[in-house]
Ligand binder design. Sequence first.
Ligand code: NAI
Length: 333
Amino acid sequence: MVKAVVLGAAGGIGQPLALLLKANPLVTELGLYDIVNTPGVAADLSHISTPAKVEGFLPPDDGLKKTLTGADIVVIPAGVPRKPGMTRDDLFKINAGIVKDLATGIAKTAPKAFVLVISNPVNSTVPIVAEVFKKHGVYDPKRIFGVTTLDVVRSSTFVAEILGNFSLSKEIVVPVVGGHSGVTIVPLLSQSSHPLPAGITTPDYEALVKRIQFGGDEVVKAKDGAGSATLSMAYAGAEFAAKILRALKGEKGIVAPSFVSLQADPSGAAALTKELGKELEFFSSNIEFGAEGIVKINPLGTLTDAEKALVKAAIPELATNIQTGINYVAEAY
Ligand code: NAI
């Protein structure tokens, strides 16, 4: 029996994500929570002929607590999305409060659940969840994940496009490390399962890196004020959740990048700190999962000079974003 929960389930990401989780046969219970519309979303999904029993709750009558009771995995896409001209960090003030309150609910009701944070800015909201859990004495760094999978999905798609073969996109795996905003997103294209064309020029390589780092802006611009990536994010979130669900079921050797605390794996912290040359509390790298959460954080491996420069450029912004999240919780208590 596995209970999955979506917090922010009536939103642009929340609804298609809830649909994809309902379609996952490993989920036997699906709890949906939002400040609006969850009874309708839950009723709609409950007619789909897959195993998960669906329930939707609103804030009154302890709705958050009811949703979270018995949760094994909690995905958080609650919050406001970006509008044109906004960066992910502009979202901070609103989303930080939402994530802090939801993390408090999880710490009280489902402290052992795996928490998958989608709400932006992920570089700061993941430290917020960690700090809230610390305040409640239930912090386990092995169970808190920042979802960076959309960067991975975009990398696969854009590399397939460059290779002129879209049917390869599902097979192409590019590790994306660092964080989840702008220059903190570092695609390790030299480690792609399908190498870039040998003759790729420096401007074409740089344009590809920039497109992966700022792919979200393409969507924000095209939606013209109606929000940011929702459908591709729901797909990416469901892909990541599916890996966690498989690990929960006992499957071994599952690996994917995620933005996590380096304390989750002390050996990973040592290796990464050596590679980064600076102590960072959180970083995204390839993570190996097990039924109890993070088993191993893989080092970055061999980087090209261009990739080393990208990692170096990511570190100062990442350090600031992490500290912003930590300070937010320190000031709130
Ligand atoms: P949306 O506005 O369509 O949906 C957000 C939902 O959260 C709404 O239904 C809203 O009612 C709900 N909500 C607000 N406050 C809440 C609270 N206190 N408790 C429960 N639910 C609450 O926004 P969208 O497009 O679904 O984006 C959601 C978040 O995901 C944003 O922060 C966005 O920046 C982020 N995002 C993250 C990505 C990633 O790669 N990690 C990619 C794209 C978006």
